[in-house]
Design a protein around this ligand. Structure first.
Ligand code: DQA
Length: 145
């Protein structure tokens, strides 16, 4: 049986986790989060790749490559692009790879401009407000999907 392949995509400013507004995003660094995900994936023999970019174009290009790269499931925190990016939404609709949208903070408890997402209605699920545990819950779902 082919190994399942999962991609975790982190959007802009998530490279600053640990020092960036810890009251919203916690104290773990992105490296801490990625390492925890890789540990879980390798224990289950799952192929897991992680990528962070501050650039919308890079994120669109990576999403477009999902079909060719034979990725089975995507976990994505689009960060600020959640609220702005028609381009990333269109790329996700084009490749049709199932995905879970993750937010560290509860975006619905924050400013009104964070309440709208270009992704939620085409996502398998949305996890918002569980901090880094949200990525782990998403990964556990993706492994069993
Ligand atoms: C975020 C929430 C977004 O509104 C914000 O722009 C982020 C991070 C979160 O993980 O809570 O950068 O996606």
């Amino acid at each position: 049986m082919a190994t399942k392949s999962i991609l975790v995509l982190h959007g802009p400013n998530l490279n600053l986790l640990g020092e960036r507004e810890p009251q919203h995003y916690g104290k773990q660094t992105l490296e801490d989060i990625d390492q925890a995900l890789k540990t879980i994936a390798s224990a289950k023999s799952i192929k897991l790749e992680t990528m962070q970019s501050n650039s919308e174009g890079d994120l669109v290009n990576k999403i477009q490559s999902l079909s060719n790269d034979k990725v089975d499931f995507l976990i994505i925190n689009p960060a600020a692009y959640t609220h702005t990016s028609v381009a990333m939404r269109d790329a996700l609709s084009a490749v049709k790879v199932p995905f879970i949208e993750v937010h560290l903070s509860n975006v619905y408890a924050r400013e009104p401009f964070r309440h709208h997402s270009y992704f939620s209605d085409i996502a398998v699920a949305v996890i918002s407000g569980l901090g880094a545990d949200g990525y782990i819950a998403a990964l556990n779902f993706a492994i069993n999907a």
